[in-house]
Design a binder for this molecule. Structure first.
Ligand code: AMP
Length: 282
């Protein structure tokens, strides 16, 4: 496995792989890797000849009061996990080689990026869509792998590649969870023991929504109400939203004829967690 921090060298290595007839899969991450990230690398390994992972804590997707400076960094362990999962190349750029001081260009997805996470984290998705575009330009992948864990993010990236004719197929991979259901996240390591056990209630609320979706008389709004009631009954969980949205537009789902996704964001202590589940209305 090659480890390379220079964008120009990465592009050179990937073009060499392409000339050798290989298909390229890209897995963008911010490091502090866990089994969720590994599942993306493994999926890319099964579908592409040349797998490039990227590890970059992208400053432009953090708000001024967010955890950029304290975001954990575990590069050596990350590289070992990717080597084990079969990555061919790891791109580990420094901030200065991704953003020159006089950079003036952002990529902005509009409507989809204004709701839910976009409303709670102004500017976040501008940072995401800009850095992902840059990573696509540097790695020229045939396919790029994202987790359903960040449901809105993968939807925005899908919109962006269509709108900008970026020749990349977006693959969304299932959420990998801990034994109690908590979605794996680099931020879970911020949780104290007590917070960690409380955090399991977020996926419990999603399970409640899924069970409720099986009750034919319940409207999406009523199902969302059950999630809200469940989470608001637990001391130490500060709910930001718990909604049922259309899987494609993220607008509130009004009836059971559409496809719905239950989406939750909540603070447990100072740690902000998100999770989601696509609902099966029967
Ligand atoms: P991050 O390093 O948090 O930016 O995540 C990098 C990629 O891994 C994103 O596409 C995430 O959606 C994905 N990811 C993060 N956590 C999980 C998880 N628990 N299961 C599946 N994919 C995940």
């Amino acid at each position: 496995m090659i480890v390379q921090s220079s964008p120009a060298e990465v592009l050179k290595a990937i073009r060499a792989a392409r000339r050798a007839g290989k298909t390229v899969g890209c897995v963008p991450t911010m490091g502090v890797l866990h089994a969720g990230h590994v599942s993306l690398v493994e999926r890319a390994r099964t579908e592409c000849d040349f797998v490039v992972g990227t590890i970059f804590v992208n400053p432009t997707q953090f708000g001024p009061n967010e955890d950029f400076s304290k975001y954990p960094r575990t590069l050596e362990a990350d590289l070992e996990m990717c080597r084990h999962a079969g990555a061919d190349l790891m791109f580990t750029p420094q901030t200065a080689s991704m953003y020159s001081g006089d950079a003036q260009t952002i990529v902005r997805v509009t409507k989809l990026a204004t709701v839910l996470e976009g409303a709670h984290r102004p500017g976040h998705f501008d940072g995401v869509s800009t850095v992902v575009t840059k990573l696509f330009n540097i790695t020229e992948p045939d396919r790029a792998y994202f987790g359903q864990k960040d449901y809105q993010q993968q939807l925005i990236i899908r919109r962006m590649v269509v709108d900008l004719d970026q020749p990349v197929e977006i693959v969304t991979c299932p959420i990998v969870r801990e034994a109690d259901g908590l979605a794996m996240s680099s931020r879970n390591r911020y949780l104290s023991t007590e917070e960690r056990s409380r955090a399991g209630q977020i996926s419990q609320a999603l399970r409640l929504a899924q069970q409720s979706a099986g009750e034919p008389q319940l409207l999406p709004q009523e199902i969302a109400g059950r999630m809200v009631a469940h989470l608001e009954s637990i001391a130490g969980i500060e709910l930001q939203y718990a909604v049922i949205a259309d899987t494609q537009t993220l607008e509130p789902l009004v009836d059971r004829t559409g496809q719905g996704v239950a989406l939750i964001a909540a603070r447990v202590g100072t740690t902000r967690l998100i999770d989601n589940e696509v609902l099966q209305f029967r």
